[in-house]
Structures are given as C-alpha cells and as structure tokens.
Design a protein around this ligand. Structure first.
Ligand SMILES: *Cc1c(COP(=O)(O)O)cnc(C)c1O
Length: 653
C-alpha cells in the first residue's frame, strides 16, 4: 500500500505497452519519452519538447508530429509484406498506396512518399482536390489509385495524369463511371488503367462494417462486374482492366473477417482471370487497424491481430485461392492509412484548472441565525461511519432536497443554502472514502460515488482536435507527459474550453476506470497531457466550433547531435482570430471600422478621451492576431471551485 510509485506503475496504469508499439517509454525522471527506433537507446523527452516549443513562442495546444514514426510505420508495413511474400514464395509483388484522405497535410504526404520510395509506395485519391494533389506528388514508378465517385472532369483529370506519365488506376465504383472513363480516355487519346471495385458479401467488423456487404454505398455487384467486362471486351479494351479492388471498412477489428474478405475477392479475381480479364493487381483496400486501447482484442477500439499477421494472412489467402484456381498470383496492393499515420501525432494540451464536486469555499460553522436544516445535515456528516453510511447519505439527500424547496419558496437564505450544499458534498466525498470498506453498498450510493470525480479543464477544443471523440465515441490514449514517478491520486474527466457540454472527454482506454482518467493534483505548475494516436483522420475533420481554430503544429525529427536528441524542422502556426473570422465571411477591416465608429461616438459624447480611443482601437486590432485558445503564458489560475449541485446534462450552453 505504501510502496513508492514508480514509472513502471505509471506505464502499467496508462497501458503504455498496449498501445505504444514500443515507441514510448517513461524515463527515470518520470517523464514520457519517445523512442524513434523502438528501443531504449535513443529517446526524446516529450515534456522537454513541449517546454522547448512553448519557450519559442509556440502556444499550446500544439500538435507534435514525430516524423520518424511516420517513416518507421511505412517501412514496417512494407518490410512485413516483403517478408511474407518471401516466406510463402509468393509470385506477385507488394505495392502499397497511401490514401491521403487519412491525413492530407503536405508534409505528411511528403514524408510518407519519401520513406516509401524504396518500396515504390504510391498514393490513393478519393476526390477531385485529392487527385489534384496526388497527380502532382506521385512519381511515375508508383501506383496512383483513384477511388470514390467521379464525374467527367475528374475522369479527364485522370487521363491528363496518364498523359504526363503517372501510373493512374481509376477504380470504377458505379457502372456508369465506366462509360465516362472510356469517353474521357477516347477524347484524350490514352489507354486507361481500370480498376473494378467489388461489393463483397463479407461485411467488415467494427464501426465501419457497413463499408462492405450488400447495402454498401460503393462498388459493383457480381452482375455489374460481368457487365463491365463485357463492355470492355466489346471495345477491345479488356486488357485495360488491371485491378480488382475491395475495401471492407476502416479499423477492421477481427482478423477472421479480413481473411474471409480476401478469400472472396481472390476468388472473384481468379474467375475474372478465367473470363479473359488478365488483371495484374488485387487491391485489398484499407482496414489495417490501430490498437487505440491496447487490449489486443476485437473490440471497436482495438484489433485482435498484429500488422505482421495481417500481411501474412493477406499473402497466404490470395496464394491459396490462386493455386486452387490455377491462375497467376497477382501483385498485391493495400491502402492502409490509419495504421501508417495514427501514431506519429501527439496533441499536447495543458490542464489549467479543475472543478471539484466537493469543496468548502465558505465556512460551514454553526451561526446563531442559521436555519435548523443546516444543522440536520451537519449532524449527518458528523455521525457518518461505515455502519450508517447509506442511512447518513439518505438523510443528507433528503435535507438537500428540503433545503432546495424551502429556498424556492423563500424560507431559506442564500448563505444557509450554500452551507447545506457544501455540507452535502463533503458528506458525499466522505461516503466515497468509506465505500470500499463496506459490503453490499446500495445502488444509489454507488451511483452517487461514480459521479464524484473531478473535471479537469483543458485548453483545447474536442471539435477542432479530436472530432472522432464527439462524433463516433472514439477513444484515444491520454496521459500526463510528466510527474510519472508520482501516483496520480485524482480521478477526472476532461472538459475542453468550448461553450458546449459535449466538449468533453469522458471515455478512456482503461477498462477498470473507463469514464475517468487517473491524474495528478494540480500544484500550480504547468500540467501537460498528451493525447496520442491522433495522426489519422482528425486533422481535416475538425471544425471551428466556437471559433477555436486550427492548432499550432511542430514537426520534430530525431538527431543525435542536437541537445535533447531532436530538432524542430518546422513550425506551422495555427489559425489566429482573424483567420477564423475571415473563414466565415467577416472582414477584418470592416470590423475594425465598426469598432472605430463606436469609439468615435463615445469621444463625441465626451465619454472617452481621444488618446484612450486610440489605445482601445489598437488593442482591438492587436487581438486579431492572437491565437484563438486561452493564453496560458501569463498565469496559472488556482483551482476553480464550483460546488455543483446538479450537473446539467447535454444542453448546449
Ligand atoms: C478510407 C479508405 C481507406 C483507408 O482505410 P484505413 O483503414 O485508414 O487504412 C482505404 N481505401 C478506401 C477505399 C477508403 O475509403
């Protein structure tokens, strides 16, 4: 019980091994370190990086991209496929493409491409703007796969790509797209490379299961695939059919589902081959998972397989079918995005206060004029022990309700009401302390104890930085970056700074604690939390709810020669006040003009001196350049104390 808390205990508590893929460890100073090589030799202290960028004027919240992780993920996936191909003596090659919708940031795409060069890694686009980027960025050696719904101009764009030498494969999602593509190819005088997306019967597992199966939004049915082949035959273009594509949805949690899908698709490939469509590629889409909670299970936020197992299973399943069907083994393509990008990005946020349910900001001592109901609850508190725990709680609850009624009717003063509430919450906290020693705790007492955790106020917006938490109840690993030699004695949920009660995190990866996160008591010093595995899908899906804009970003590379073992390659400034205002049609100059005219009015009326007016206008203009988040560089607030009597539910406030 009294043994000293060690970094090991913290690592276990936050399940670092489960989700960190050996990229993260806690160092001897109790701080979280990043290990670019996934071994203990080289490490970068993440709190140090955070302090460093703050000292350079990059305010929090800030996103740190460890570009080395991105590179390592790319190499790991490609090497694993190469090993599996060698192990099974598979005849085709592996040629991955990175679907840029997962993270389109130019620096991310560039890094992925650069790390993927030795493996001829290509790109995948699913929209016009994505294709515009892919067309320019991809090399002539690597594949460029175009998915998603397309119009005639997008088909033409793809043909332009072919003309400039890019290896573009247009995947047909809908039969009508085939005619559009063939027309565009005719007009441009090119022979297109065509992919066919099969609507498989195997449905995915996990949250994105509906990406496949009969009711899926994408892909061709068996009869549509046959119709496409006939059309191509008629036009003497069957040799243009190059690739069979399927995608059973992102974050496939159960490997068995994936194996079934691969087998089904391989069968389709083989039969098409038999019909004369000599396809060269089988594209297994995305879906390679990320173990967000580190449970190595088939739950929604986990996966019951490893990356290596995935690659072996794909290779083996395709080979097995091809051997049975006596057709050549196709080159394998996958479109993994999440598994490549999730790990490299960490959002660093600071907790600037906490709301504790119970606190005594005013004295609750007996006063001569107080109402006797105050003393009722005081007595309940005094007499509380293990035996009468439920009874005392119920008495207190009743007193609280009575006090509330009396207050509404005008029979209880404000100060007495405050005393009753304070005493009530003090009693609740004391009950919570005793609960563990008592058997058979009544349900209502247990329910009350569960609501007693703190809320830590954290300077960020869930809607901007972690949209999936709000939209699909995604969980991300969250833990302090420092003080990890100290036992985290508080239990808290996290509240962001938007004026929206949905702006919170109340679901965490730990199966025991679930809706609370173990954290350290705030002590007046900055307290930094890292939110991990957020490199996939979060960046461009975020929005500017409450006009909190894009956050600052720094790109960090490891470098032995530099102090701390790293250098900051790039700082991308987040949006400022005027950026977000302009994005919703305000004009900076007009706003300033309007404020100026208000100031002029006050000067005319004699309420302001001219000099003051100038200062006020300057201040207003200066604010335009500020970061949209709270400026935490000047002071740390002490704990905010709010004795919450009833917590508002989900109303937007
Ligand atoms: C979204 C998507 C992907 C990426 O899936 P991940 O699970 O992130 O790897 C791949 N292919 C297609 C067609 C997609 O729509």
């Amino acid at each position: 019980m009294t043994k000293d808390w060690t970094p090991k205990d913290s690592a276990k508590l936050y399940n670092l091994k489960g989700w960190g893929l050996n990229y993260f460890q806690i160092n001897d100073s109790g701080r979280l370190a990043f290990h670019p090589r996934r071994n203990s030799k080289r490490s970068i202290d993440i709190k140090h990086v955070a302090d460093d960028i703050v000292a350079r004027g990059v305010k929090l919240p800030a996103l740190i991209r460890f570009q080395d992780i991105l590179r390592d993920r790319v190499a790991t996936l490609n090497r694993a496929f190469r090993r599996a191909i060698k192990q099974y003596d598979y005849k085709g090659r592996y040629l991955g493409v990175y679907p840029i919708k997962v993270n389109q940031l130019r620096e991310v795409v560039e890094e992925v491409l650069d790390a993927g060069k030795p493996f001829q890694l290509g790109l995948e686009a699913g929209s016009k703007p994505e294709l515009m980027a892919v067309l320019a960025m991809n090399s002539n050696e690597a594949l460029a796969v175009v998915n998603g719904y397309k119009d005639a101009s997008m088909m033409r764009l793809a043909c332009v790509g072919i003309k400039i030498g890019r290896k573009i494969i247009v995947v047909i999602e809908k039969l009508s797209e085939l005619k559009m593509l063939l027309d565009a190819a005719d007009a441009e005088g090119v022979r297109p490379m065509i992919g066919l997306r099969a609507k498989l019967e195997t449905e995915g597992s996990g949250k994105w299961a509906t990406s496949a199966g009969h009711r899926a939004k994408f892909g061709l049915t068996t009869s549509e695939i046959i119709a496409a082949v006939r059309t191509l035959e008629k036009r003497n273009m069957l040799d243009c059919a190059k690739l069979l594509h399927f995608h059973i949805g992102s974050q496939v949690t159960d490997i068995r589902v994936l194996k079934e899908a691969v087998k089904e698709a391989a069968r389709v490939y083989a039969k098409l081959y038999g019909m004369g469509a000599k396809l060269e590629y089988l594209d297994c889409g995305g879906g390679l998972g990320v173990d967000y909670e580190g449970s190595n299970s088939s739950s929604d936020h986990s996966m019951n397989y490893t990356l290596e197992e995935y690659t072996r299973d794909v290779v083996y399943a395709v080979q097995e079918v091809c051997q049975e069907e006596k057709v050549p083994e196709p080159n394998l393509v996958t479109e993994s995005g999440r598994a490549l990008t999730a790990h490299h990005a960490i959002l660093v946020v600071d907790a600037f206060g906490s709301i504790e349910t119970a606190s005594a900001p005013i004295p609750v001592d007996e006063t001569p004029t107080e109402h006797k109901i105050v003393d009722n609850i005081r007595e309940a508190l005094k007499g509380l022990n293990e035996e009468n725990l439920a009874e005392s709680f119920h008495d207190a609850q009743q007193a609280l309700e009575e006090a509330s009624t009396m207050f509404r009717l005008g029979f209880l003063g404000l100060e007495d009401k405050a005393k009753v509430e304070t005493l009530y919450w003090t009693l609740c906290v004391d009950v919570a302390k005793l609960v563990n020693r008592v058997e058979n705790v009544p349900e209502d007492v247990e329910a009350m104890v569960k609501t007693l955790h703190d809320q830590y106020l954290v300077n960020f917006s869930v809607f901007q930085s972690l949209p999936d938490i709000w939209a699909i109840d995604q969980v991300f690993p969250i833990m302090p970056l420092h003080r990890l030699k100290e036992e985290p004695t508080r239990r808290a949920s996290i509240a962001d700074i938007t004026c929206d009660s949905d702006g919170k995190v109340s679901n965490f990866i730990s199966p025991e604690e679930g809706d609370v996160l173990p954290l350290h008591p705030l002590n007046g010093d900055p307290y930094y939390l890292g939110i991990f595995l957020m490199g996939a899908y979060q960046a461009t899906m975020g929005d500017i709810h409450n006009l909190f804009g894009r956050v600052n970003e720094v790109h960090v590379f490891e470098d032995d020669e530099e102090p701390g073992g790293y250098y900051v390659e790039e700082i991308i400034r987040g949006q400022r006040v005027w950026d977000v205002l302009e994005s919703i049609q305000y004009n900076k100059f007009e706003l300033v003009k309007m404020v100026k005219s208000a100031i002029d009015g006050r000067i005319k009326a004699g309420a302001l001196k001219k000099r003051e007016g100038v200062d006020l206008l300057n201040y207003y203009e200066e604010m335009m350049k500020e970061y949209t988040y709270l400026d935490r560089t000047d002071n740390l607030e002490p704990r905010t104390v709010v004795p919450a009597v009833s917590s508002p539910t989900s109303a937007k406030i």
